[in-house]
Design a protein. Structure first.
Lengths: 140, 140
């Protein structure tokens, strides 16, 4: 049901500054960067095995990530696990009394469906679930 | 050089309580638990793909993890990446001005060598490096 850690997201003040550690010193590649206008963040993707490190830099101070940075400083923000059936996973979580931020999956442009769990239900950790589109569907 | 995320460690007040989410609701298996007397923690290991979630419960309030829990509450504590050559990795980090908690690797009972990086050098993240013993050496 849970396939792997898809990504670990880290809030940073500056992607350029953070790459001095993650790329230059540690040696991880950066495969791409993108700006997520809805979340008001710039994201750098650094694969590690079957997972990725995502560096999140807020583009606006008054955004969710911007406020998180101001309040808590840089550091780990959330962990995302890939599931094979997100509806079944959310139903199982709900049956166990877990509080969901997204009770039904949201959908990204590439077809990935996702939902977040409230940290209060998950040992203080912001957990995201991902279900990737089946091969071939992403380009439809 | 960096092979994968070995584990993501999460500090919890109670492993038994935390398993209500990670095992029962999310569906991850628990393959083993162990008590680490030196670090004064009990650890539950939950594999996810090629990585593991580690739940850390302090056995003493006046321990590193116990103080972390009292100060910051439950949540993500550190991320560990496996490298193929920890000496080379630490040399590269040092050459880039990264501050190391362990300037030379420490060794666990199973032969795994590890070292931690100061969060101030790593976007506020406590990063651990692991080098596993070669196959066959662990049982020597």
């Amino acid at each position: 049901m849970i396939k792997r850690i898809d990504h670990l997201a880290i809030v940073v003040e500056s992607i350029e500054g953070a790459l001095g550690f993650w790329r230059d010193a540690l040696g991880l590649p950066v495969t791409r960067t993108e700006t997520n206008a809805r979340e008001q963040v710039e994201i750098a993707f650094l694969p590690v095995g079957e997972s990725e490190i995502e560096l999140l830099e807020p583009t606006e101070a008054d955004s969710g990530i911007g406020r998180h940075l101001a309040k808590r400083g840089a550091g780990m923000h959330h962990v995302c696990v890939e599931v094979d059936d997100i509806e079944a996973a959310l139903a199982r979580l709900t049956a166990h009394g877990v509080a969901l931020i997204n009770e039904t999956p949201r959908v990204r442009d590439d077809g990935t469906r996702y939902a977040f769990v409230y940290p209060r239900s998950a040992s203080g950790v912001l957990v995201e679930l991902y279900e990737k589109p089946e091969a071939g569907q992403a380009s439809i």
